[in-house]
Design a protein around this ligand. Structure first.
Ligand SMILES: [Zn+2]
Length: 403
C-alpha cells in the first residue's frame, strides 16, 4: 500500500524533476536527452519520461538531430517558447501598459491607457479596462498575469501596501485580479521587476550581484544579491528615492523633506528647467518647448544635448546626488555592477561620467575594484523592462525557471 506521505513525496520528486529538466532546456537548450541527463544527474530513463511529459505539454519541442561520427544521431530538445503566453502590466509610469509575452520574454502585443491622474478605485478600473482589451488578443494558453507596480508590495500576498502616486493603501490587487479573471497573478515592485528582467533576459543574464537603479519620475533600486532578489523585510527595499540627501530640503511626495527624489528625479529636473527658462531668455529650452508649461524631461534632454550652458550645472548636480547614493550602495552591498535606466538617464554619457567620478571618489571599494556602472542592456523603453520582469516572476513561480 502506498501511504499518503509516499505519494506526496513521489509527486514532489516528479515536480522537481520536471522543473529541473525544463530549466536545463531553458538555460542551455537545444540539448540531447543524454546531455540533459549529464547536466541534471538524472537517469536516462527519468529524463525520457520527463521529456515525454513536457513534449505532450508543448513546453519543449524536438528540433531534429545533430550529425555525430558514429551511431544514431541524437534528437535535440528545445524550449517550446510559445507553449504558453503571459500578460504583464506596468503600472509605474504616467500611463498603464500591458503586453503579451512568450516564455522567452519576447513581446507579442502591446496596449496602453493614459491614467490622467486617476487614483484609488478609478485607477484599478483602468487596469480592468486595459486587461479587458488585451486578454482577447491572447492566442496561446495563458501562464498568468504579472503586474509590475510602484510602491511597497507584500509579495507573498500580492498586496500593495502603499503606492502614493496611485493613492493605494493595502490594495489586494492580486486577489482582485485573480477573482475577476481566474488566472494566476503575481505582483512585483517595479524596481525589482527591472533587475529581474536584466537577470533573466538581458546582456547581464545570470549576473548574481547587481543593482538596477531607475531614475524617472521616482527613483528606486532593484537589488540582486547572490543570484536572489533582495526582498528585505517587505517594508520597501531599494526605496533610495526617499533617503534624505538635503538638510531642510524640499517637501517630498512621501511627506519627508529633502529626499533624493526632490533633487534628482525627472520631476525635480523639469522644475529646475522651468525656472531656468523663466529667467534665461537665451536658454536653448525655448527652442524645444514653445512655452514653459510644455517643458518635459524630453525637452530638457534635447536642450542639454544641444549644448545649453544653463543646464550643465543641473545635470552635474543630479549626477553628484545619484553618484553619492550609488557609492553608498556599492559600499554597503559590495556590488560590482550597477545598471541605470529611466528618463533622467537619457542625459547619457555626460551624466554617467559624473556618476562614475563621484563613486570613484566616495567609495573606498570603488578605488580597489571599480564597480561597473552602465545603462541597462535590454531596452531603452523603461516600460518593457518592468513588463519583462513582471512576466519573469510567473516563469519563476509557475514553471520553476530561475530563482
Ligand atoms: Zn520622499
Amino acid at each position: 500500500m502506498i501511504t499518503v506521505t509516499a505519494k506526496a513525496t513521489h509527486a514532489q520528486t516528479r515536480r522537481h524533476n520536471n522543473r529541473l529538466v525544463l530549466k536545463t532546456v531553458y538555460d542551455q537548450g537545444p540539448l540531447s536527452r543524454a546531455a540533459i541527463a549529464r547536466s541534471t544527474n538524472l537517469t536516462a530513463t527519468t529524463v525520457s519520461t520527463v521529456i515525454a511529459e513536457l513534449l505532450a505539454d508543448g513546453l519543449v519541442e524536438e528540433i531534429g538531430a545533430i550529425a555525430i561520427e558514429r551511431g544514431k544521431p541524437p534528437t535535440l530538445v528545445t524550449l517550446g517558447k510559445d507553449a504558453r503566453h503571459i500578460v504583464a502590466v506596468d503600472l509605474s509610469r504616467n500611463y498603464f501598459q500591458a503586453s503579451i509575452l512568450n516564455l522567452r520574454g519576447e513581446i507579442q502585443a502591446r496596449e496602453q491607457l493614459p491614467i490622467n491622474g486617476a487614483t484609488g478605485e478609478a485607477a484599478v478600473d483602468l487596469i480592468y479596462q486595459l486587461l479587458d482589451e488585451i486578454l482577447p488578443l491572447v492566442q496561446k494558453p495563458l501562464l498568468g498575469l504579472g503586474i509590475g507596480a510602484p510602491g511597497i508590495i507584500e509579495r507573498n500576498q500580492n498586496l500593495i501596501r502603499h503606492a502614493a502616486n496611485l493613492g493605494w493603501e493595502n490594495l489586494k490587487l492580486g486577489e482582485q485580479l485573480a477573482a475577476r479573471y481566474g488566472l494566476h497573478v503575481q505582483v512585483i515592485n517595479d524596481n525589482q521587476a527591472a533587475v529581474l528582467a536584466e537577470f533573466l533576459f538581458g546582456q547581464y543574464k545570470q549576473t548574481p550581484d547587481m543593482v538596477v537603479v531607475r531614475v524617472g519620475n521616482g527613483i528606486g533600486a532593484g537589488i540582486m544579491c547572490n543570484g536572489q532578489l533582495l526582498h528585505g523585510n517587505g517594508a520597501g527595499v531599494g526605496e533610495i528615492g526617499h533617503v534624505m540627501v538635503v538638510e531642510n530640503g524640499e517637501r517630498c511626495t512621501c511627506g519627508n523633506e529633502g529626499c533624493l527624489e526632490t533633487v534628482a528625479s525627472s520631476r525635480a529636473v523639469v522644475k529646475r528647467a522651468k525656472a531656468i527658462a523663466q529667467q534665461e531668455f537665451s536658454s536653448y529650452l525655448h527652442q524645444f518647448a514653445p512655452t514653459v508649461d510644455e517643458i518635459t524631461i524630453g525637452t530638457v534632454v534635447q536642450a542639454f544635448q544641444a549644448g545649453d550652458p544653463f543646464l550643465q550645472p543641473v545635470v552635474e548636480e543630479v549626477g553628484q546626488h545619484l553618484g553619492r547614493m550609488i557609492a553608498n550602495l556599492v559600499t554597503v552591498l559590495g556590488m560590482p555592477r550597477i545598471l541605470l535606466c529611466g528618463s533622467v538617464t537619457d542625459f547619457g554619457s555626460p551624466l554617467l561620467e559624473i556618476i562614475r567620478q563621484e563613486v570613484r571618489q566616495r567609495a573606498l571599494s570603488g578605488r580597489i575594484h571599480e564597480p561597473q556602472i552602465d545603462m541597462v542592456s535590454l531596452t531603452t523603453n523603461l516600460s518593457d523592462l518592468v513588463i519583462m520582469g513582471a512576466a519573469a516572476t510567473l516563469l519563476a513561480n509557475e514553471l520553476g525557471l530561475f530563482l
